[in-house]
Every structure is written in C-alpha cells, then in structure tokens.
Design a protein around this ligand. Structure first.
Ligand code: NAD
Length: 257
C-alpha cells in the first residue's frame, strides 16, 4: 500500500484527491500539508501540519497541488527523506523550474501542468498540427474559475510549449500574452495567449490554428477535478519503482514515442 501525503489538502484539488483516494486499493493518505486547517476534507483523520518538517513520519510519496513556494519546500524535504513527488502545482517561474530539474537528480518526480488524459492527448495533437500547419497563426485561449491566481494557466503554457516544439522554436522567444491597447499588427510566428476568469469553470483550453480561409481549433473541456485527481494517483502508482528523474504524463500514459 503506497503511503501518500497530500500537499494542499485543504484546497480544491486537495478535496478532489481525498475523494479519489477513498475508492483506491493501492494507495492511502497518511498525512497532509496545508497552512489552512479550516478547510480540510471532513472525515479526514490523517496527520495534517503546515510544514513537512513538522511531520512525525515521512510518506512514500507526496501529491502536491499547492503554490510554488510551498512545493519547493516539499521537494527539499522529499530529497532529504527519500520521498517521491507527483507535482501538479502551476505558476513556477523559469528559475523555479530549474530548481525542480535540480531536485529531480535526487527525487523521482512526475511534473505535469495537467494530469487529465484528454489534455495529454491534446498536447500531442497540437504539436502535430503546428508542424503540419506551419504558416498558421497560433492562438491559445483558456478559461478558469474566479479563484485561479496564475495566468496564463500552466496547461495553456504546456500547449504553447507543444506548439513551439512542433515549429522548432522556443516558446520564450515567440510568446505574446494578454494584448491590450494599440498593439500593432500580429507578429508573424508569434504564439498568443488569452485568459478568461469567472465563476466555477474547472478548465477550458482551445488551441487555434488560423490560416487564410480556414481555421483548425483543438479544444479540451474539464468538467470535474476528479479527472486531475485520477491522473495524479495514476502517476503516483506508476512512479513506485522509478529512479530519480523528471517524468511527464506522456511517459505515465505510454504516449511518448
Ligand atoms: P487552492 O487555492 O484551492 O488550494 C491550494 C491549497 O494550498 C490551499 O488549501 C492553501 O492553503 C495551500 N497552501 C498554499 N500555500 C501554502 C503554503 N505555503 N504552505 C502550506 N499550504 C499552502 O488551489 P487549487 O485549485 O487546489 O490548485 C492548486 C494548484 O494546482 C494551483 O497551482 C493550480 O493551478 C494547480 N492545478 C493543477 C492541475 C493539474 O492537473 N496539474 C489541476 C488543477 C489545479
């Protein structure tokens, strides 16, 4: 039985992970990390602390859906205590992503901006379409609930990375986000991002490939956080016998060519 610690247990994803685990045979939640103990799932009897260094015992693996500063502290603890990590938090800057790479030399990590199977299928389709429709203008539109704190979403950025990989360019060099005012004409070869925030939208993403006279749109709509929770536990069980390294959902799902 895999002993799992949930980081961000009191949050929206923490609740989804808790519910998901109730129906699983191979994994058990033994502890949680959250700075807010008022919003923990009801019925949860696991040890919950606000910092991993206060835990009485280390779990085998952490599933982390929290905030970047919290996740980096968990990775440090995981390195020192031999834990594995499934990392779903988004909003890391480039320097923080480099730190995750460093930790992965010692810690087996599955890091994905989106743990749903459908989005990972979408990422593969986006890369292929960007290759085939080489001259099209690529625009990525995402919509999320009113509480989301980062923009564009981690998934939108992953879609941008997939499109950029299909074009053999670096996303950093071609990204245009949140146009406003007199922006001038669209820059040829750029990849644009737009974000919508409102209500309880779980997560919508569309990649648009716009050419003269036609347009291809590839969309994914998440209707429940259970899709992310199931994917995260699938990644956790997959990680059980893996060596240190930075893995993604393509590898977990066997989609990597
Ligand atoms: P949320 O705000 O509902 O939950 C985050 C939880 O983390 C909160 O309970 C908060 O108290 C806790 N927390 C924050 N900072 C902390 C700290 N320093 N120490 C201890 N606890 C801390 O957010 P959410 O909607 O559950 O999303 C969490 C993260 O997961 C976000 O980055 C979101 O974008 C990401 N996310 C990823 C996927 C995916 O598939 N990869 C899917 C959904 C959400």
């Amino acid at each position: 039985m895999l002993k799992v610690g949930i980081v961000g247990l009191g949050g929206r994803m923490g609740h989804a992970l808790y519910e998901c685990c109730l129906g699983l045979d191979g994994a058990k939640i033994v502890c949680g990390i959250d700075k807010n103990t008022d919003t923990l799932p009801s019925g949860c009897s696991a040890e919950v602390v606000d910092d991993p260094y206060k835990l009485s015992a280390a779990p085998d693996l952490f599933i982390d859906f929290s905030r970047p500063d919290c996740s980096l502290n968990v990775l440090k603890y995981a390195k020192e205590h031999g834990c594995k990590v499934v990392l779903g938090t988004t909003g890391f800057d480039y320097d923080q992503k480099d730190q995750i790479k460093e930790y992965s030399k010692h810690v087996p990590i599955v890091f994905a901006a989106n743990f749903s199977v459908g989005v990972n299928v979408l990422l593969n389709l986006v890369k292929k379409t960007a290759q085939i429709m080489g001259d099209s203008d690529i625009e990525i539109v995402e919509a999320h609930h009113r509480y989301k704190v980062d923009s564009p979403s981690g998934t939108a950025l992953a879609i941008g990375e997939a499109a950029a990989a299909g074009r053999n360019v670096n996303l950093k060099d071609v990204m245009v986000s949140g146009r406003d005012g007199i922006t001038g004409e669209r820059i040829y070869g750029s990849i644009g991002f737009s974000s919508v925030r409102g209500g309880d939208i779980v997560g919508n993403h569309t990649a648009m490939f716009c050419s003269e006279g036609e347009r291809v749109e590839l969309s994914h709509i998440a209707t429940s956080r259970q899709t992310f929770a199931r994917g995260a536990f699938r990644a956790a069980l997959w990680l059980e016998n893996k060596k240190p390294g930075l893995y993604d959902m393509n590898e977990v799902l066997g989609l990597k060519a």
